[in-house]
Design a protein around this ligand. Structure first.
Ligand code: PRX
Length: 648
């Protein structure tokens, strides 16, 4: 790990920043010693219909896990993101849309956004969508994704955005779990010049999960022919032409649901993490302002997809609540060339740029010329999210992309946290490459060992959070017990993040990665159990075990051990067949990197797979496997070692 320290830039930069180190310290202390007072004041940055009188009412106590913020207040999230800006910035651009094809673009002002969201909301209403109903959104990165989300918020419907890269099977599972009857999709998506058959995928998903009473609203993106089910499918452009642009706001309780977002856990199917309205928006807006040091007039670009929480909090809700100009990019970093990101930065004069380490590493690998051919003088701040950033990539991002001028905010957070929990504040925090540095306001990180004993001072351990913050998820949709068991039972009285972490002598936090059976592939979270269940659903597979291993570009790669049914022969074709099968079951993001044929898996006598051993072999670190004497059949280990796929 790099021991380098990068101080806050001096001069104009520091003067402009919202907070310096002293202000951070004072506010942080207050946020911990007086959360009611602190968040009571912060919550007033939103417009409330009925102001709250109660601020924080939360408990992590086993048997009584309950999280409520601003619980007696009412508001409308869409009004906070749009209507309240109309008087002062109606003609300001709210969303800059940059198409996959560099010649396609659109700028949407707050006034236009208001009109389009109202129309979308009226379409939902006209087709019977009511407060509390779940609406599944399966769209590419086009402005309609934001219109659809905000339209749900306007009428109090709960959106469940499903990433456009997920397969029909994965979409079906999410539609089924959310019991959603209204699906918004597009004819096709476009990424890197390739078409993605979203409408067809939706049809396939509904053939699997549908009850026959669904409505499908289809946005026309490419205009190429798509299958059509009369009576069920509606064109968005026809429907919006029919409705008024006047849509009264619904009055929503702070604790009413805003959205569900599915994410992978260590066991079972992806879970529907549920976020509510008042606390979530307060936290997304506050973190967006301070972590990105956002000021009026800045052009802000987060490269995530709205299908992930980063897109929810930091493309749509946080920036729009702050009246920002947020850039939405349909494409990919390497199309038409490896300079695309920097060309977009120059074209729109982007000031704040937020991306993922996997993209940074891929661009770094392509060489500096693709960066240096651009100007990038508009950039003032760089951000990173999704996985630990290795110091080498950090230095490259800082020195080559940012030419040493722009601080990097390495933001640690999760789908469940709603917003950033550990991150530098650019005017306040000296940076260390690879460290997410210090907690945001109200966040109390702690490290515990496997028995739950608190580790003080410089230490390593499992990262837990001691008390609630307003952006925290409230439950898992339809399964509160699973919420309690997953996050609050391991180290009772605390929120367990699932991450391992080190705290150094300066109190800086260094996230080391997941300590559970979740792997992080190019910043995408996948449960090993999900990939295993996709593999065993193949008719020739008897058993499978999946682990992560270090991967130069992706952070972690997917390593699969597969045992075939008796009588089935292993062949190179099997590898292709299984890869295609997993892609079909989950999506391309779950493509196995390495598949090894395993005549048997290392199991204890009680039948438990010893993943520790499988992880070591996958990492090519098999010399020190520890005690294998408890295995039912120790001989299988040697075969796995002999045929390992990740030889260095
Ligand atoms: O392991 C951590 C990693 O991503 C996980 C959360 O994934 P997800 O819910 O998909 O949300 C990703 C975007 C917020 C975490 O448990 N992670 C996220 N950000 C960082 C990180 N690991 C290290 N450093 C980060 N900055």
């Amino acid at each position: 790990m790099s021991g380098k320290l990068y101080p806050v830039p001096a001069g104009e930069w520091r003067e402009r920043a919202w907070l310096d180190a002293k202000a951070y310290d004072a506010l942080y202390k207050r946020s911990i010693s007086d959360p009611q007072g602190f968040w009571g004041e912060i919550g007033r940055r939103l417009d409330w219909i009925k102001p709250y009188t109660r601020v924080k009412n939360t408990s992590f106590v086993p048997g009584d896990v309950s999280i409520k913020w601003y619980e007696d207040g009412t508001l409308n999230v869409a009004a906070n993101c749009i209507d309240r800006h109309l008087a002062t910035r109606g003609d300001q651009v709210a969303i800059i849309w940059e198409g996959d094809d560099p010649t396609q673009e659109e700028q949407i002002t707050y006034r236009q956004l208001h009109e389009r969201v109202c129309k979308f909301a009226n379409v939902l209403k006209a087709h019977g969508v009511k407060k509390g109903d779940r609406v599944t959104i399966y769209l590419p990165m086009i402005p309609e994704a934001a219109y659809a989300m905000l339209a749900c918020a306007r009428i109090g419907a709960i959106h469940s955005v499903v990433f456009g890269g997920f397969s029909p099977e994965a979409l079906a599972g999410r539609i089924e779990d959310a019991q959603s009857k209204f699906i918004i999709t597009a004819d096709e998506g476009v990424r890197g010049g390739k078409f993605i058959p979203l409408k067809k995928n939706t049809d396939d998903a509904l053939a699997k999960a549908g009850k026959g009473d669904e409505t499908v609203l289809v946005v026309r993106r490419t205009g190429r022919p798509v299958p059509w089910t009369a009576g069920r499918d509606l064109w968005a452009h026809e429907e919006t032409a029919r409705v008024s642009a006047d849509c009264p706001l619904a009055e929503i309780n702070a604790e009413d649901a805003l959205f569900i977002l599915y994410t992978s856990g260590s066991t079972g199917k992806p879970k529907g993490v549920l976020h509510t309205s008042g606390g979530y928006l307060t936290y997304a807006a506050l973190t967006h302002q301070y972590v990105f040091d956002y000021h009026d007039g800045d052009i802000y670009w987060c490269t995530a997809d709205v299908g992930w929480v980063t897109g929810h909090s930091y493309i749509v809700y946080g920036p729009l609540a702050n009246g920002a100009t947020t850039l939405m990019f349909e494409g990919v970093p390497n199309y038409p060339t490896m300079s695309r990101f920097w060309n977009v930065v120059d074209k729109w004069k982007v000031n704040i740029f937020y991306t993922a380490p996997t993209a940074i590493r891929a661009l770094m690998g392509a060489g500096d010329d693709f960066v240096k051919s651009s100007d990038r003088s508009s950039l003032r701040l760089l951000g990173s999210v999704g996985e630990p950033i290795n110091p080498e990539a950090w230095e490259w991002y800082h020195n080559v992309v940012g030419e040493g001028r722009s601080p990097i905010v390495d933001t640690w957070w999760q789908t469940e946290t709603g917003g950033i929990l550990i991150s530098p504040l650019p005017g306040a925090t000296a940076l260390k490459p690879g460290s997410a540095t210090l907690p945001f306001f109200g966040v109390q990180p702690e490290l515990v060992d496997d028995k739950g004993t608190v580790q003080s001072g410089a230490a390593t351990g499992n990262l837990v959070i001691l008390d609630s913050w307003p952006g925290q998820a409230r439950t898992i949709y339809g399964d509160h017990e699973r919420f309690v068991q997953t996050y609050f039972a391991t180290y009772p009285g605390t929120y367990f993040t699932g991450d391992g972490c080190r705290r150094d002598e300066d109190g800086y936090y260094w996230i080391t990665g997941r300590v559970d059976d979740v792997i992080n592939v190019s910043g995408h979270r996948l449960g090993t159990a999900e990939v295993e269940s996709a593999l065993v659903s193949h008719p020739k597979v008897a058993e499978a075990a999946v682990v992560g291993y270090p991967h130069n570009l992706k952070g972690q790669g997917i390593y699969c051990y597969v045992t075939l049914n008796a009588g089935e022969a292993w062949s190179p074709e099997m590898v292709k067949e299984l890869t295609a099968h997993v892609r079909k079951e989950i999506g391309p993001i779950a493509s196995p990197d390495l598949i090894q044929f395993a005549p048997g898996l290392p199991k204890t006598r009680s039948g438990k797979i010893m993943r520790r051993i499988l992880r070591k072999i996958a990492e090519d670190e098999y010399s020190n496997l520890g005690d294998i004497s408890t295995l039912a059949d120790p001989a299988v280990v040697q075969d796995l070692i002999d045929n390992r796929q990740n030889r260095r």
